[in-house]
Design a protein around this ligand. Structure first.
Ligand SMILES: [Zn+2]
Length: 244
């Protein structure tokens, strides 16, 4: 695949600095060769292996397409590729990382709980941003809904919202589980502070609908890693429904 280096450099700090490095090396070389070997058309080329950047050729190709078109739909982001894109955009220091967070949040909203896709681990701050995006999408949807609370529309809507909240609750636990598997260090207490801030307005609803309890039952039946179960307990112990 051939790409204009200008497009890559404009979209990604990673490419900007690696192209600068290669160009300065080439200049050095040309000076050493007494200016004989200057490229005929005055352009310089540099090559890189996609395999060193990501394990998904398709995502990389789509990312490059996005660099040209700036259309988020060109990423074709799915549940499976959501975190991969965020990790990739982070690694490449893409200037429009907010778009990747938004696109990934939209894709994750439809993920089946608790089978989160096995994905490369994004950094904790990025995961927190993703979580904030998920919850702010939920809040935005809430502000534009019908207010009667009784009609079929409202009932369906409420079920969908519960699913989305649960989805968002699972994300940090799934993340801890990946981080654990990848032997990365992480701070559950720090994460818990973020989680409490982000879900502040939803605690009663989470308790009332027993979202986490139901999900833990599923996890106990073997649908998902043990670490995820432990992470859910560590992150949300105070959110569990308690009979008094
Ligand atoms: Zn209604």
């Amino acid at each position: 695949m051939e790409v204009h280096s200008g497009v890559l450099k404009a979209s990604s700090k990673y490419f900007e600095s690696s192209a600068q490095f290669v160009e300065s090396q080439q200049q050095q070389q040309q000076q050493n060769n007494d200016l004989e070997s200057k490229a005929g058309d005055g352009t310089s080329r540099y090559t890189f292996s996609v395999g060193e950047i990501t394990r998904s050729d398709e995502c990389f190709q789509r990312l490059v397409l996005f660099f040209y078109t700036h259309q988020p739909e060109d990423l074709g982001c799915t549940v499976k590729t959501a975190l991969l894109y965020v990790a990739l955009a982070d690694f490449l220091q893409v200037s429009k990382i907010d778009i990747f967070i938004q696109v990934a949040a939209r894709a994750l909203k439809d993920a089946y709980v608790p089978k989160f896709p096995r994905s490369p681990v994004v950094s904790e701050p990025l995961m927190v941003r993703l979580l904030e995006q998920l919850v702010s999408d939920i809040q935005r949807a809430e502000s534009s809904k019908c207010a009667c609370e009784h009609c079929l529309e409202c009932k369906k809507y409420s079920e969908r919202q519960s699913q989305s909240i649960l989805q968002a609750l699972i994300l940090p636990a799934a993340w801890v589980s990946y981080a654990h598997m990848e032997r990365l260090s992480y701070d559950v207490l720090d994460l818990r502070v973020h989680v409490r801030r982000i879900f502040k307005g939803y605690v009663d609803r989470i308790r009332r609908e027993r979202m986490l309890e139901k999900n833990l039952l599923r996890l106990k039946r073997g649908e998902g890693p043990t670490t995820m179960r432990e992470a859910l307990q560590a992150l949300y112990a105070s959110y569990f429904y308690t009979e008094e």
